[in-house]
Design a protein around this ligand. Structure first.
Ligand code: MLT
Length: 409
């Protein structure tokens, strides 16, 4: 008899976005004629940059003849992409990385979910609250989160509230923790940390021997000068931080799948006996065992993001979403809503009308305005009373969504 991993039984019934999809499908059954506008899951709507399309077409042609065909590639990613990543995303900001510190993958979600495999199940951990659900759910799966309390919190997880009261800047944990997940620009609140604010976290990690998993999937949306693009802009971060990036939101790769993780050689964790072990060779070993590399075609597409043309096209697409975010933010504020984020990120964090819960606001927007948003409480207890809107819709949908909310409000 095979025994199951019982930690899976502790998970909430569905992953947040599957839960929302179920509710939306139920609505569609009873309202087949309604035209829904979806500003829920952060999925992009603009097509891939032409430079990526061209590069992928060329790569497909290479696959068509024996002389240029590519079978299994390096599990860590092809040098052509790793070198482009290092040059454009890091060296340009004065950060030196060696190629063996960058691991190309099929996206940031897999890496954020899998990275915890390198660590013992009984490490203590902290998350900002609200938070991208993958950080918590993947830790529940390996038993690191403890048990769920009536307050909706897991017993072994320190929740660091990010609320309007603290301007969405989390306090350092009250008790020392082994592992912290940070996501900046933040999903779901769309807020950021300045250099000085992020430095506090790196200093904490250095002083307390804490590992930071830094998710920078929304880095391309940063507009303000004092917001770090990489945690390695902070001195000492290479000793304590793993950084995860994605081409999904930067270049429209949500359906193509490509991201990467930086595991600096200096980052270590300890054995029970206190011996320090570098995480880089462990992650390499993990990837070689469980992952056969991102497809050649995809990596050629990702490489093209860094070409001069690709950079121009990506900037145009990001500007399109940023403009959506700006007009939605201004529109909602004019209607009297309290709105956060949307300046350095594609997400708006919107306070529900007084006394309304996240799910109530979600249901009313769904049934009365035919709009899909994401209930803030789905991201954690401190998300109660908020919903998240994405700016990844088409211009027309974002404009009409504001009109529908205006009429509804
Ligand atoms: C979100 O809506 O939070 C994101 O689309 C999730 C993801 O990137 O996996």
């Amino acid at each position: 008899m095979a025994l199951i991993n019982e930690h899976f039984l502790k998970l909430r019934g569905n992953y947040l976005f599957s839960d929302i999809a179920k509710r939306v499908n139920a609505f569609k059954v009873t309202h087949p004629e309604a035209r829904l506008i979806r500003l829920g899951i952060g999925d992009v709507t603009r097509p891939l940059p032409p430079a990526c399309i061209d590069a992928m077409h060329r790569a497909v042609d290479e696959m068509a003849s024996a002389g240029t065909f590519h079978g299994y590639g390096p599990e860590q990613g092809y040098d052509f992409l790793i070198n482009a990543i290092i040059k454009h995303d890091f060296a340009s900001r004065g950060i030196n990385l060696s190629p063996s510190e960058v691991f190309v993958s099929d996206g940031a979600k897999s890496d954020t979910g899998n990275i915890g495999e390198l660590l013992r199940w009984d490490n203590s951990m902290a998350i900002t609250d609200p938070v991208y659900p993958v950080y918590v759910d993947s830790n529940i799966m390996c038993g690191r989160s403890g048990v769920l309390g009536e307050d909706g919190k897991w017993s072994n997880v320190a929740y660091l509230p990010c609320t309007a009261e603290n301007r969405f800047v989390p306090e350092l944990p009250e008790h020392r923790v082994d592992l912290i997940y940070l996501c900046y620009p933040n999903n779901p609140t769309g807020t950021t940390l300045t250099h000085a604010q992020l430095k506090k976290w790196v200093d904490y990690a250095l002083a307390n021997d804490t590992l930071i998993v830094f998710d920078a999937a929304y880095e391309a949306f940063i507009t303000e000068p004092d917001v770090p693009h990489s945690i390695y802009e902070i001195r000492g971060a290479k000793k304590v931080a793993i950084e995860i990036r994605s081409f999904s939101k930067t270049a429209g790769f949500t359906g193509v799948r490509c991201g990467y993780t930086v595991v600096p050689k200096e980052v270590t964790a300890a054995t029970l006996e206190g011996e320090r072990i570098a995480l880089n060779p462990l992650w390499n070993r993990r990837q070689c065992t469980k992952f056969n590399g991102t497809s050649y075609i995809t990596q050629r597409g990702a490489e093209a993001v860094y070409s001069a043309e690709g950079q121009r096209q990506v900037k145009d697409t990001i500007a399109y979403y940023q403009d959506n975010a700006r007009s939605m933010r201004e529109g909602l504020q004019k209607m009297g809503f309290q709105v956060f984020g949307g300046v350095n990120a594609p997400y708006l964090w919107v306070k529900a009308p007084e006394g309304m819960t996240s799910w109530k606001f979600f249901d009313r927007l769904l049934y009365e305005a035919h709009l899909v948003v994401t209930p803030g409480v789905g991201f954690g207890p401190s998300g109660e009373g908020y919903v998240r809107l994405t700016a990844f819709g088409t211009r027309e949908d974002c404009t009409e969504a504001m009109e529908r909310i205006r009429k509804w409000a």
